[in-house]
Design a binder for this molecule. Structure first.
Ligand code: AP5
Ligand code: ZN
Length: 212
């Protein structure tokens, strides 16, 4: 299966992806996670992306298209993948279609995480993440067993630099202006599945399983 997860910051893409990955043996490609790893490692890509990400703006289409083009050609992604946070512009979606048609495949489903903007600030400002694994926690909705520590490794959790109420505003603005058209793009292709993403995480997981 080739799936795309789309929705605003904090809608639950990164929470549902690892579960889907396990259930369906898919590779999980999260452009945000990949970019943050590049920033942390201070690679040329990371140096280019850092400030844009901290401002809550989208990095250039060419940068992320390059990352995805390389990743989806890996043998481990040939059987299927979950794209989390990509495509986010219509230009990215068109490029993805072109890459996939070269391989003779296409996107099977686009899971649209529908959620009111009003609940996102609390989700974003309460989030703590474990960068090496991508696991996220929430002080209220998904607290770690030991505060500030990853449940599996015990390593420290961090807060993302862009997880402030202020930066969230520009991230949300970008979502409405640049990413909503991506949902329209796939709606005309008949592959969009709507999810009520404000429900508890377990209910969202069940809803996704039913559609797949
Ligand atoms: P990215 O990392 O993709 O961030 P995002 O899209 O803003 O999404 P988030 O990771 O914030 O939200 P999520 O949906 O994964 O939420 P989560 O499951 O963690 O991108 C970051 C930046 O990178 C961009 O701003 C841009 O600069 C750049 N970038 C990335 N991709 C790009 C692209 N394609 N093109 C250009 N630039 C790109 O959940 C959030 C919190 O809520 C957690 O604490 C979680 O525990 C909790 N939670 C989850 N589900 C529930 C639930 N059902 N009920 C209650 N709480 C819940
Ligand atoms: Zn995420």
């Amino acid at each position: 299966k080739r799936l795309i997860l789309v929705g605003p910051p904090g809608c639950g893409k990164g929470t549902q992806s690892p579960i889907l990955k396990e259930q369906h043996c898919l590779c999980h490609l999260a452009t945000g996670d990949m970019l943050r790893a590049a920033v942390a490692a201070q690679t040329p890509l990371g140096l280019m992306a850092k400030q844009t990400m901290e401002k809550g703006q989208l990095v250039s289409d060419d940068l992320v298209i390059g990352i995805i083009d390389e990743a989806i050609q890996k043998p481990s992604c040939k059987k299927g993948f979950i794209l989390d946070g990509f495509p986010r512009t219509v230009a990215q979606a068109e490029k993805l279609d072109a890459m996939l048609s070269k391989q003779g495949v296409k996107v099977d489903k686009v899971l649209n995480f529908e959620i009111p903007d009003s609940v996102l600030e609390e989700r974003i400002t309460g989030r703590w993440v474990h960068p090496p694994s991508g696991r996220s926690y929430h002080t209220k909705f998904a607290p770690p067993k030991v505060p500030g520590r990853d449940d599996v490794t015990g390593e420290p959790l961090i807060q993302r630099k862009d997880d402030t109420a202020e930066v969230l505003k520009s991230r949300l603005d970008g979502f409405h202006k640049q990413t909503k058209p991506v949902i329209d793009y796939y709606t005309t292709k008949g592959v969009v599945v709507r999810l009520q993403a404000e429900k508890p995480p377990q209910e969202v997981t069940v809803a996704i399983s039913k559609t797949l």
